[in-house]
Design a protein around this ligand. Structure first.
Ligand code: HEC
Length: 118
């Protein structure tokens, strides 16, 4: 017997330590797993947007999942297409609702028709 806890020998201390560790580990494992943002995919189980959405609705719904509605600065049609494709890749990778290739086309057309005049 030595130290500050004369009533607890080494073996007892080990048992107590293991018991505490086990309880804490159990609590940790019981924590609900949370995904960033709680996207629509988790809420609705849907992976894609309904094909019936208008281009405008699609643009508003799809493009505000991660950031505010982007400003439609002048870009070439090809630049916009590549950007929307990149955003669609982010959506799929990050577990957000993503776009069919037809919907990518609808958004690009919408954006090109609504760019800010330069
Ligand atoms: C899954 C999340 C996510 C969604 C949904 C999303 N974006 Fe983004 N967006 C990002 C991230 C992350 C960045 C910054 C990194 C980058 O530019 O690649 C960004 C940056 C941007 C930028 C600025 C960068 C640049 O090159 O001009 C624009 C514009 C943009 N997004 C437009 C859109 C449009 C349009 C949509 C809808 C089709 C959209 N975003 C949907 C994640 C997203």
């Amino acid at each position: 017997m030595s130290g500050k806890f004369p009533s607890m020998d080494n073996r007892m201390a080990l048992v107590v330590t293991l018991a505490v560790a086990t309880v804490l580990f159990g609590l940790f494992m019981a924590l609900p797993i949370r995904q960033k943002g709680g996207s629509d995919v988790q809420k609705s189980g849907l992976r894609e947007f309904p094909a019936t959405l208008s281009s405008e609705d699609l643009f508003h719904k799809a493009c505000t999942q991660c950031h505010s509605l982007p400003t439609l600065n002048q870009k070439s049609p090809e630049q916009w297409r590549l950007l929307v494709l990149k955003m669609n890749r982010y959506m799929a990778q990050m577990g957000y609702r993503s776009l069919s290739s037809a919907q990518v086309g609808h958004i690009v057309d919408y954006v090109l028709g609504h760019q800010k005049p330069s």
